[in-house]
Design a protein around this ligand. Sequence first.
Ligand SMILES: C[S@@+](CC[C@H](N)C(=O)[O-])C[C@H]1O[C@@H](n2cnc3c(N)ncnc32)[C@H](O)[C@@H]1O
Length: 482
Amino acid sequence: MDDLDTQRWERLLQWLRDKHGMDTDALLVEPRQVPGAGRGLFAARDIPPSATIFEVPSSALMNVKTLLPLYPHIREGRLSSHQLVSLHLLLHRPPGEDDSLDSHFGPYISTLPRDFSSHPLTWLIDHRHGKDDLWTGYLLKNLPPMTRMALEKSYDGFQKDWKAVVGILTESPAMLSLSSRRTLKTTEDLDLGELLSDYVWAWLNVNTRCIYYRLRQNRSDPDNFTLCPILDFANHGPELTHIFPVVESDIWDVTIPRAPGSVKRAKTEPFVFFGPSDFSVPEGQELLLKYGAHSNRFLFIEYGFVNSFDEGAVLSGRFPGEVDVQELVEDLIDQAGPLKSQIRSTLHRAGYWGEWTLHSAPEPAHPSWRLITVLRLVCALQRLQGNGAEAEAAISAWEGVINGFVSQMSQSNEDAWRGTLLKMCETIRGRARQGVSSLRSSPPSGDPPWASWMVGNLCALWREEAEVAEAVIASVLEGKEF
Ligand SMILES: C[S@@+](CC[C@H](N)C(=O)[O-])C[C@H]1O[C@@H](n2cnc3c(N)ncnc32)[C@H](O)[C@@H]1O
């Protein structure tokens, strides 16, 4: 890491020790630069099996519980956790290369990445505001269609949060006085364009660095996440994970009887991270955290990178490739003639709308059950050309399959959907080959430092589509049962 990053890390440790009582001498990790992945966490000395690698005091975590008390005018539930944490970052963004002046979390905020220009959401936001340059326009144009669709969806989520944050700043201008930024003290000279780019920075920091952390009684409450210093330096590893967060606790919002009545106390134990239980990690090795069993499309949209794989690894099933075929299935439904709205409503009613995917692993390469199910329905109904009674009969035969009463509608329906699947895979393969060559054909000049790495990411997304399609074609032609 460069000197600036090292100083920021030292100040972070000092803050954790002096303000939050963390035992920083017990820390078994340190940050280092990782080519192509920013900074990562490394073993500072040999880590024996089952060691506690660090414990972060709960007061140093940035989440809905630690931030709400700083904003008395925001009632609980008014902003989602993502909105609240990103609002706090927005109000305390470090100016240039300086440190954040936030008196509560400044030393932590100062360690966050300063630049998200390589993140695809930044390109789309710039594009929507007429600010895209040649490179980002080129990359956006060359995204696989479903990746583009997923990016648009992420943009919608961002927009919703941005509107909520602007709404609260407009309603309670006094909140700006809580900002530690000299340029952000009053609404009078508030430049929404500038504020938007600050908010992109804040929002992406939350999106790329938050981790599940139980704060609410309901395990699936969307407020159950936090930003966590130190841990958020951990990079993703697709297979092995070396860091195990202790996410559950028996002590939960303990109610301590105090006279008179009782007071609900927030969870106060530190957030604890264990190392692997069955092997040790030698000094100098990077500790990875599996962010989840995510597809490359998801990693790209959320985090701005993909898991790389060797040519042919998806095709052979060594790398688990996935293709989302939502728009191709929707096209198919739209071409299904007079019964297309009945197909849509039947799928929605039965809970089978969307999540239609192809997979290269586990072998044989296969369509998902949900995709097989929709193809069965489309193939059964598209040939009926609006015959109501026959359509009802076909739908009830289809329901017999989804409810497990029979294994198929008919042999001819099985042949029909497998044929449709084959054509769909040929389309994907052709489109993906075209995608790779068009990506390589005419890149603009004046490339940013991350350009060739990012072209590699886009190529990987296209190659994955081509190899998954190829593998599923082989499965169908070999008559594999799915
Ligand atoms: C939680 S942060 C990890 C720390 C980060 N590298 C840093 O410098 O602060 C997540 C971000 O790290 C980067 N990253 C994580 N794992 C990666 C990987 N396997 N390959 C490339 N970039 C990765 C991505 O930019 C991602 O959005």
